[in-house]
Design a binder for this molecule. Structure first.
Ligand SMILES: Cc1ncc(COP(=O)(O)O)c(C=O)c1O
Length: 436
């Protein structure tokens, strides 16, 4: 057998996600360690993790309680499936998550946000079938939406490049507009204008018939599309239209769940309760992959009408409720509670907002958007769309701050343990960069 440990690492075997592999090797950015809000790169340089991993390391890196829980679980029960048998901590993890989500009583566990989205699509379609409404096949999403990359999420996607390589997948999807407009540039938090764009849903109802629409999928705050908080009144109006026409409203809280807005879930921050919630990322502080769909009893009950001996839902993953993920989730929720992490978001979010909007008058800034501990600095396009974003990402990295370029916007979603001093440091790095 060849000695693979000695195989030359030419950076070629790993087909990297969402990465231009031919240019990655020109300047490979390699991270080797993480603690708190910092990463350490291969040269030993420390960087502020301004993106909280990928919108997911909410309690900071290397949390000792979470690490220990995973180690202990691996030593006790490394794996058991949950098909027609179970293990106690998957049930405990489920109870702990739903306890954070008033109005929701059950969670279907997945391994990622993408799987949560596909699961929610299937639950929505199966729910209407169980109610005798199999004609409800249409799904509605939004331009600039990101709902992961499985076949369902790609069909719902509102980002042209994420769709273009694949053509039509699930065919019955229609899109509403994204709510970012000229008028609400530089809004602090929720824009005052733009609620009228919820009428896009009314137009789809008028065109296709509300009785043919199964569900509307929205991120309460658009994340990977560039960080767009909902205009005041927008989510409320979507809720109203869905109620009138029996359409399920699904909030994709893969980013906004677990404290990002200062509440456990964004639906609590906005005061609009959806019918289904998808989550992932912060559920385990990103330590072990896990996602899920939160479901209220009134939806679940529709699945309990068949023969007793039949599965409620013909759906499930080998790793649904994996013991390591369940242990990580419980320890993560302990950390959120014991370290008062959601409270910290409430405390520092106004400082974060002030820091970001303090950049508004600097050269090259086109828009600033924020909500909770989410933020985006949109730069004026220079030459090709995306070039300014990429240049900022590279220069900020060199200056010790990681941001996520999305076109010419630089998105940030730092760990929720951020302090006022950390915010000041991020502001300094940005100001130095923008002043050139
Ligand atoms: C809103 C939203 N939904 C779904 C996903 C997909 O999650 P995952 O990458 O865990 O599959 C993401 C990932 O960023 C997301 O932001």
């Amino acid at each position: 057998m060849p000695d693979t440990a000695r195989a030359p690492n030419d950076l070629d075997s790993f087909w990297m996600p969402f990465t231009p592999s031919r240019t990655f090797k020109d300047n490979p950015r390699m991270i080797t360690g993480a603690k708190g809000i910092h990463y350490t790169d291969v040269s030993g340089k420390e960087l502020i993790d301004g993106t909280g991993g990928l919108w997911c390391c909410n309690a900071g890196h290397g949390h000792p309680g979470i690490t220990k829980a995973i180690q202990d679980q691996a030593a006790t029960l490394d794996y058991v499936h949950n098909f027609n048998q179970g293990h106690p901590i998957a049930f405990e993890a489920a109870s702990r998550v739903v306890a954070l989500a008033p109005g929701f009583d059950h969670i279907f566990f997945t391994n990622s946000g993408s799987e949560a989205i596909d699961t929610a699509m299937k639950i929505a379609l199966a729910y209407h079938r169980a109610q005798g409404q199999a004609e409800r096949r249409i799904l509605v999403a939004r331009e600039k939406a990101y709902h992961g990359i499985n076949v369902g999420g790609t069909s719902l996607a509102g980002l042209p490049l994420n769709r273009a390589q694949f053509g039509t997948l699930y065919p019955h999807v229609h899109h509403m507009r994204n709510t970012g407009t000229e008028a609400n540039r530089f809004s602090r938090g929720q824009p005052e204008s733009g609620a009228e764009m919820a009428e896009d849903l009314q137009r789809l109802v008028d065109l296709h018939g509300g009785g043919n629409i199964a569900a509307v999928f929205v991120e309460p705050v658009v994340g990977a599309g560039g960080v767009y908080p909902p205009p005041k009144g927008y989510l409320e109006r979507l809720r109203e239209i869905c109620d009138t026409h029996g359409i399920l409203l699904v909030f994709d809280e893969v980013i906004t769940g677990f404290g990002r807005t200062g509440e456990a879930f964004a639906y609590q921050a906005f005061g609009v309760t959806p019918d289904l919630i998808t989550c992932a990322k912060g559920i385990t502080n990103a330590t072990v992959p896990m996602g899920g769909v939160l479901v209220p009893t009134r939806v679940r009950e529709a699945f309990l009408k068949g023969p007793h001996a039949m599965p409620d839902l013909f759906h499930g993953y080998t790793y649904s409720g994996h013991p390591l993920a369940a242990a990580a989730a419980i320890a993560t929720l302990d950390a959120y509670r014991d370290d008062e992490i959601f409270e910290n978001v409430k405390r520092v979010a106004p400082v974060w907002e002030d820091m970001l909007h303090g950049l508004a008058d600097l050269p090259g800034v086109k828009d600033i958007r924020n909500y909770g501990l989410l933020g985006a600095v949109e730069l004026e396009t220079q030459g090709d769309v995306g070039a300014a974003g990429k240049a900022a990402h590279a220069a900020l990295w060199d200056a010790g701050l990681i941001v996520r370029p999305i076109g010419d916007s630089c998105a940030m979603s730092p760990p929720l343990i951020l302090t006022e001093d950390d915010i000041a440091r991020i502001g300094d790095i940005w100001r130095t960069y923008l002043k050139g």
